[in-house]
Ligand binder design. Structure first.
Ligand code: DAK
Length: 261
């Protein structure tokens, strides 16, 4: 791969977008390679992913403006579809994906982070949707996901003004869950990923599905989605083991890793 580095560390994997000289901007090759990387994740072993950018300056500085500048309408549509498909693959990926945002997250960069399950960032992170200044609308789901995450009023303000916000403001409006120093960011992300990977994998996957699908449904339907995914956990080895372990009064017993079945 030219622009994606993938590393598996026990129960979790780290995907790094590595195109540092263009601040990790998303061109077609990055999008294709990200798609292929996701397809190749070993879901029997990996229970959580971290998505980050190479270097200390930028997570992803957006879609590649150079590549986009010469696109025809048809090519623009194809580029948009490529991005949307891979962003949606991330969003609906069976296991959680944590965005570890290590600098600029602008345009498509902010949008790809919003396709992840949640976001944490370094104190030099900058978020924004600058598209209207370039003569376009956010095209990788920004108008939809930002409004769902921070509310319509704040999303409209950010998008209409094209104003960037810093890490502390992103934390205040709920765009990120936590801010770390640059040095602390990846250790914190890895600790979270390892913690998620220790929990019962079928239950974690079902929680992701329930939250994602439930958010798109009316409450009566959403509760049924939850019921089905809750029921789905029963009779799994993980459920039997997790509950038996709790009920076992032998305090000396050490909890075994969940088996993913
Ligand atoms: N694309 C291509 N190259 C980029 C880039 C980008 N988005 N961002 C930075 N670079 C490149 C710069 O051109 C420069 O390259 P060289 O000149 O060294 O060859 C290198 O990265 C370093 O950037 P700077 O020299 O500008 O670094 P500074 O520290 O001075 O500034 C910056 C950093 C992040 C503030 C600045 O680079 C910047 O403003 N970058 C652009 C940010 C931006 O506007 N991003 C949003 C892009 S629009 C669609 C779906 C989605 C989209 C579009 C269509 N469809 C459905 C069709 C998404 C659109 C976007 O994301």
């Amino acid at each position: 791969m030219e622009f994606i580095v993938y590393e598996q560390k026990g129960g979790y994997g780290i995907i790094t977008i590595s195109r540092e000289k263009a601040l990790n901007a998303l061109n077609s090759t990055v999008l294709d390679e990200l798609d292929q990387t996701l397809d190749a994740v070993n879901l029997d072993e990996v229970r959580c992913l971290i998505l980050t950018g190479a270097g200390q300056k930028s997570f992803v500085a957006g879609a590649d403006i150079g590549e986009m500048s010469t696109l025809t309408k048809a090519e623009g549509e194809a580029f948009g579809k490529k991005g949307n498909d891979v962003f949606r693959k991330l969003e609906t990926f069976p296991i959680p994906v944590i965005a570890a945002i290590n600098g600029f997250a602008l345009g498509g960069g902010c949008e790809i982070s919003m396709s992840c399950d949640f976001r944490i960032c370094s104190d030099n992170a900058v978020f924004g949707q600058p598209e209207v200044g370039l003569g376009i609308t956010p095209g990788f789901g920004g108008t939809q996901r930002l409004a769902r995450l921070v509310g319509a009023g704040m999303a409209k303000q950010m998008i209409y003004t094209a104003r960037n916000i810093k890490a502390d403001e992103a934390l205040r409006i709920g765009l990120v869950n936590a801010v770390y120093t640059q040095e602390e960011l990846m250790p914190a992300a890895e600790k979270m990923a390892a913690g998620i990977a220790k929990n019962a994998p079928i239950a974690v996957r079902n929680c992701k599905k329930a939250i994602n699908e439930g958010l798109d449904a009316a409450m009566d339907e959403a509760i049924v989605i939850e019921e089905k995914l809750f029921g789905d956990c029963f009779e799994t080895e993980d459920q039997k083991y997790g509950m038996a372990f709790f009920l076992d009064k032998n305090k000396e017993k050490v909890k075994e890793p969940f088996k993913n079945c």
